[in-house]
Design a protein. Structure first.
Length: 432
């Protein structure tokens, strides 16, 4: 058992001055128990906490660190750019370079606009879709997370095809009334709602591969139904690629499903670990933005040179050698999946692993892996909490919530993955 005295002391101080001691709720370890760990530094696939304990990190800052911690090329880009000034609030070369790189890699992006988080990217894309269509309603899917903008903190009401109810205090009912919520994986419900109300819908938004409530991999036919119905009813399809963008390949989930969205949103990987989000689409739609068009959106730190340089360095490393990085991520992800599945089989537990590329999810229930949120059994959270704590004691850090996924980076080599599988074997034998 590691010593966590310094983390505990930092947490005590943090709780005095920050709600639950954190700047983002899931970090507080509420759903797995115990106190959060405070990190000092990271290198490759490892992080070291305030007490000097070292962990293999499968959180990777919730996805951005696809190259691992403190990747030398990203750090160098940050260092040299920062030395020439942290922010101008005026156009700079670095934002043109990132935009050129992104638009040349993703076929459906003619133009992008950069912001500072995934939430901001989605919130702005929704406003743009509303402005471009002259419609108010947004359709989202139960179990998809798109950041904390008011109109998207909405849960499914009772029954199918209902308008949503706020899922957070502080979100007016009247805002939630502009958001329709449907279950994933239900083509009929989707067609029915579009037939009835498609003419009111500005945008349908879906996560590239829903990865915020487990990993709910959708059937390609469902994605095609969404695309076809959006086109038929004049609604814009927004693919939220904040997690999947530049992680599943240069064309993210759009490439994975072979679906072309009207707008796509980015965060995480596109910033190489710095606060960057972006949204983009066709020239025609993007030119609706101010100052060319009537849709207003702005940002003091948008296109910040240091953040742009970090993102550009990360994407260049990923795109080098014809995208060899993605072949390697696939191989590493498969190795971890095979290892963890083998442990489950040998232990005789009725669990499974779902994976797309370098994103994995432990399905701690029996039967087919779920494709929609209401098929996740809530009691799996208890098993996950025990796994999480026991793995942490063995130096393996998973996200502190059963609904979160495992992120593999290019810095996770075979030895580290095998070490993880061995630790998992011990832990499963102990708790199963
Ligand atoms: N969309 C998706 C799919 C996300 O996973 C997230 C964050 N996990 C967001 C949007 C919001 O991004 P941010 O936390 O950077 O605001």
């Amino acid at each position: 058992m590691s010593d966590h005295a310094r983390s505990r002391e930092l947490y005590r101080r943090a709780c005095e001055v920050m709600p639950a001691g954190v700047n983002s709720p899931v970090r507080a370890f509420r759903s797995v128990g115990g106190d959060p760990i405070f990190y000092e530094r990271g290198s490759g696939c490892h992080v070291v906490d305030a007490d000097g304990n070292r962990f293999v990190d499968y959180v990777c800052s919730w996805g951005p660190l696809i190259l691992g911690h403190a990747h030398p090329e990203v750090v160098e880009a940050v260092r040299t750019t920062a030395a020439d000034g942290l922010s101008f609030g005026a156009p700079c070369r670095q934002e043109v370079e990132l935009a050129e790189l992104v638009t040349s890699a993703v076929p459906h992006l003619e133009m992008i606009r950069c912001v500072s988080s995934g939430t901001e990217a989605v919130m702005s894309a929704i406003r743009l879709a509303r402005g471009a269509t002259g419609r108010d309603v947004v359709l989202k899917f139960d179990g998809c997370y798109h950041g904390h903008a008011d109109h998207l903190l909405v849960s499914a009401g009772s029954g199918l095809a209902t308008f949503g109810t706020p899922s957070s205090a502080g979100v007016p009912e009247s805002f939630a009334g502009h958001t329709a919520v449907l279950p994933l994986d239900d083509d009929d419900a989707f067609r029915e709602l579009m037939t009835a109300r498609g003419h009111e819908i500005a945008a349908v938004i879906i996560e590239g591969v829903p990865a915020n409530a487990g990993l709910l991999v959708q059937r390609p036919e469902f994605m095609r139904t969404i695309r076809d119905q959006c086109t038929r009813h004049g609604a814009l399809l927004i693919l939220d690629e904040v997690i999947t963008g530049f992680r599943l390949g240069t064309n993210g989930a759009a490439g994975f499903y072979d679906v072309t969205p009207d707008l796509a949103t980015y965060g995480k990987v596109i910033g190489g670990g710095m606060p960057v989000g972006a949204y983009g689409g066709s020239r025609e739609v993007m030119e609706q933005l101010a100052p060319l068009g009537p849709v207003y959106q702005a940002g003091t730190l948008s296109g910040n040179p240091v953040a742009m340089a970090a993102g550009t360095a990360a994407l260049r490393a990923l795109f080098a050698d014809g995208g060899a990085a993605y072949t390697e991520l696939e191989r590493l992800g498969a190795r971890l999946e095979t290892g963890l599945s083998g442990v489950m089989r040998r232990a005789g537990v009725p669990w499974s692993v779902v994976r797309v590329g370098s994103i994995l999810w432990l399905v701690l229930q029996d039967g087919e892996p779920p494709r929609r949120f209401d098929k996740i059994q809530p009691q799996t959270a208890d098993i996950y909490a025990r796994l999480h704590g026991a793995l942490l004691d063995r130096g393996i850090s998973l996200a502190p919530s059963a609904y979160e996924v495992v992120f593999v980076s290019l810095a996770h080599d075979d030895a580290v993955i095998d070490e993880t599988v061995a630790a998992f074997e011990d832990v499963v034998r102990e708790i199963a």
